[in-house]
Design a binder for this molecule. Structure first.
Ligand code: 4AD
Ligand code: MG
Length: 460
């Protein structure tokens, strides 16, 4: 049971809501109260009426439950209050818990009393009805859309993924160190920086905490950061947000091999956690959970060159429209095709250094390649993790900063890490939204975060 579940199911205080006193419960915890009278605090999710019988469905954030209201069994005011009650009106309900095998959660509520907190006006109903809506409409009403059961389930799974990621790293001896959001320089290329005016100077929203946690890693050994990151992505893809959350572990005295081992154990732990603790929510999102049960370390490892060979063969067979040009970064269709070839994430390593970030350590066996890894999720979800060993040499790092036309002044502190006790070190970043999209089986990252920020959307 998660902390969240414990809180949701924490027993229960006396309540005098809805007229008489009854145990306060959540819908998630209602199984403990079979045969008892409980009080629920929530909202009306749906209402079916059939003459003298009403079937309200209540939701409270932990789940939904159907109530039964026979006219003959309740006080007339109770029947009248529920009859015609509008969707999403807030209610405090008292009723007796009855097991019912046909009910989705296993229980129904024989309603005894109700107190309507706020009745949604008939002439201005809740905009999201139970019929289908277009995505633009739903995103415009995202603040309300998140109340629907599937969206709520996704947000609970997101919380579980974050908790699992942090628990894994905490248990492995990583210390959480928080990097700044306002930064003087680029980490992941200058084309996606968001500038901010900083008391007359130019600053940028961070693209990644990496450079800063390299310094905390040299202070503390094994560290990680978890926080919002920003990319002014002009692309409209189902994988890109302009604001997203990244978890980034960084280790001193570690190289690419240790990094890949960490990545596969990290992902396996997270998927296993979600499968055990959020199984019902995964099912609610429509996820085929058998596809997640296979996600166990070790993961297949593929050199970039080998991946390119596979892509070219796929193109020759007509499975890929575009031929792959050696030396490029993989495009979305390439990633999608590659990741669809395996039943677990695949780790593509040693990309040509020329297409990767300035800080990546070249392979000593062939410096045209970088000691880096991208982890591609299966089922066509593409890159969820990107990481590398970092350049440890002062001279080489300085040269790369210059080659990339980055402002040397802003990187003096970063070069200091190579002046004072430089060591082999490595780290990666996992985008939370990419992980949520894959684990929940969603086709767009916009549903993985309460309020997505994309090229075309800043509202709500
Ligand atoms: O591959 P990226 O750009 O790597 C870095 O930022 C490194 N500095 C991380 C590190 O080594 N500490 O981004 C890492 C991950 C990607 O694999 C992807 O999951 C996610 O962040 N990501 C995005 N997610 C949503 N929208 C975007 N625009 C994203 N860009 C990257
Ligand atoms: Mg990347």
């Amino acid at each position: 049971m998660t902390e969240q579940d414990k809180a949701l199911t924490a027993d229960t205080q006396e309540s005098t809501a809805a007229g008489a006193s009854a145990q306060l419960s959540t819908i998630a915890a209602i199984g403990r109260h079979e045969g008892e009278t409980v009080t629920l605090r929530g909202w009306l999710y749906n209402l079916r009426e059939s003459g003298k019988l009403l079937f309200p469905i209540f939701r409270d954030g932990s789940g939904t439950i159907q109530g039964i209201v026979p006219k003959a069994a309740v006080r007339p005011e109770v029947f009248e209050a529920i009859k015609g009650l509008t969707q999403e009106s807030s209610v405090i309900v008292r009723g007796k818990v009855r097991a019912d095998k046909r009910a989705p959660g296993g229980f129904e509520l024989d309603v005894e009393d109700i107190e309507v907190q706020q009745r949604v006006a008939e002439d201005a109903p809740f905009p999201i009805s139970l019929k289908e809506h277009g995505v633009d409409f739903l995103m415009e009403n995202r603040h309300l859309w998140i109340r629907t059961p599937r969206q709520s389930a996704i947000l609970r799974i997101r919380a579980e993924i974050i908790k699992a990621a942090r628990d894994f790293l905490d248990e492995q001896g990583f210390t959480l160190t928080d990097p700044p959001i306002l930064t003087p320089a680029a980490c992941e290329g200058t084309s996606t920086l968001f500038p901010v005016e900083y008391f007359g100077d130019e600053a940028f929203l961070t693209q990644s905490g990496q450079l800063y946690i390299e310094s905390t890693a040299l202070a503390l050994g094994k560290v990680y950061s978890f926080g919002p990151t920003f990319r002014a992505e002009k692309s409209k893809t189902r994988r890109h947000l302009t604001e997203f959350w990244m978890v980034e572990p960084e280790m001193a005295y570690a190289g690419l091999d240790e990094l890949m081992e960490l990545a596969e154990n990290f992902i396996s732990f997270i998927v296993d956690r979600v499968l055990t603790r959020r199984h019902a929510d995964l099912v609610l999102t429509g996820r085929d959970v058998t596809k997640l049960a296979t996600i166990k370390a070790p993961f297949p490892r593929l050199r970039y060159d080998e991946a390119v060979r596979m892509l070219n063969e796929a193109h020759a067979r007509g499975e890929l429209e575009q031929p792959f040009e050696y030396g490029n970064d993989f495009g979305s269709p390439d990633e999608t095709w590659l990741s669809a070839q395996f039943d677990r994430p695949v780790m593509v390593h040693r990309y040509p250094a020329a297409v990767k970030a300035f800080y990546m350590q070249p392979d000593p066996e062939d410096p045209r390649y970088a000691l880096c890894v991208d982890v591609l999720a299966p089922e066509g979800y593409g890159e969820v993790i990107g990481g590398s060993e970092r350049i440890a040499s002062y001279d080489l790092l300085k040269q790369r900063i210059e080659e990339h036309n980055l402002p040397l002044d802003a990187f003096q502190w970063y070069l200091d890490l190579r002046r004072y006790g430089s060591v082999q070190h490595a780290g990666f970043g996992m985008g939370i939204e990419r992980a949520v999209a894959w684990i929940c089986g969603l086709d767009h990252v916009r549903e993985t975060i309460p309020f997505a920020r994309t090229l075309n959307r800043m509202y709500p």
